[in-house]
Design a protein around this ligand. Structure first.
Ligand code: GH3
Ligand code: MG
Ligand code: MG
Ligand code: MG
Ligand code: MG
Length: 307
């Protein structure tokens, strides 16, 4: 039914009525891969393990109201974009309004016409796919496939605003290729791009833990976020990354001070407890401090890190 290599959309149906579940299964089985939940607890388990592309949500459930589930999903950055389609026996104009205010994408009353449900699910899956694609493109660096500066900023905001424990520390690393203008001038822009890609992959390999964020911040400059890492934990990782880049053994331009490609690094660590005092003029001080440290590393002769 589905083409090889194309993932079917994931549909989650949350309803405590087994007859409704049976009917919806018949209606939706040609549209995507369907999972069911009969209460809120089951629903969140499915949502957390296999992020659905759409949720059909009943209003009255044994352990929660559909409205509460909807509000909770809309509050979290990870689930806020999942379209929610209410299917409910409640026929009340005010109620419809409340549901849309809570962030629902659509509202269907029981008894429903199965073909209309299928049509609306297809429509919302189409919107969701378009939005996800746009979101991905807007946050990806075209040259390297790493995150771009927008992704870096969005994730840093999320991480600093939603810090789990105020006792922890977050670190930010800025890395810049040394004397890259000379490389470009000598080898040309195409090989310059190739070099940027190789450095980018090495950085991504060096900081590959799922909670870490690697982004291309600008031309030949990269930014990395290490949530829950203080400066003592960060330093050995920086050293290992710099060594991996040296070991790429990419010959530099003859005019450059080093014979192979190297990077300079500035980094900065702050405790989550003082995050709010460290935001000024629409920018996080942690980034400014890492950037200043990077300039210092350049000034001191490049191919080094400073804090
Ligand atoms: P420094 O050691 O002080 O960082 O010297 P630098 O020459 O690397 O620094 P500068 O910022 O003066 O130059 C960066 C150069 O990177 C400028 C530009 O030629 C090159 N560059 C920026 N973006 C790209 C890109 O996307 N592709 C290529 N090939 N080169 C780029
Ligand atoms: Mg119910
Ligand atoms: Mg975003
Ligand atoms: Mg440079
Ligand atoms: Mg630069």
């Amino acid at each position: 039914m589905h083409q090889i290599g194309i993932k079917p959309p994931r549909i989650l149906v949350v309803d405590d009525d087994s007859i409704v579940i049976k009917i919806l299964h018949e209606v939706l089985k040609g549209i995507g891969a369907i999972q069911f939940a009969m209460n809120a607890e089951q629903a969140f388990r499915v949502i957390n393990t296999s992020r659905p592309d759409i949720i059909l949500l009943d209003m009255e459930l044994p352990d929660s109201s559909g409205l509460d589930i909807c509000l909770r999903l809309k509050q979290s950055p990870e689930t806020t974009n999942i379209p929610i389609l209410f299917i409910t026996g409640i026929k009340d104009d005010n109620f419809e309004e409340i549901v849309f205010d809570a962030g629902a994408a659509d509202y269907i009353t029981k008894p429903f016409n199965p073909k209309v449900v299928a049509a609306r699910v297809r429509t919302h899956l189409g919107y969701h796919k378009a939005i996800s694609l746009l979101d991905e493109k807007a946050h990806t660096d075209f040259l390297t496939g790493l995150g771009n500066r927008r992704l870096f900023n969005d994730r840093l905001n999320d991480i600093l605003h939603h810090a789990k424990s105020l006792n922890n520390t977050v670190s930010v690393i800025m890395a810049d290729i040394d004397e890259f203008k000379k490389y470009n001038d000598h080898f040309g822009h195409m090989l310059g791009d190739e070099c940027i890609r190789k450095v980018a992959y090495t950085i991504a390999e060096s900081f590959s833990a799922p909670d870490m964020v690697c982004a291309r911040y600008g031309g030949e400059e990269f930014a990395i976020i290490l949530p829950n890492k203080d400066h003592r934990q960060t330093e050995p990782m920086i050293e290992a990354m710099m060594q991996s880049i040296r070991e790429l053994n990419l010959m530099h331009a003859p005019e450059a001070a080093h014979s192979t490609i190297t990077v300079s690094i500035g980094y900065s660590s702050i405790s989550y407890a003082c995050v709010n005092e460290l935001y000024e003029l629409d920018d996080w001080v942690i980034v400014k401090v890492a950037d200043l440290a990077l300039y210092e590393a350049k000034r001191l002769g490049r191919d080094r890190y400073t804090y």
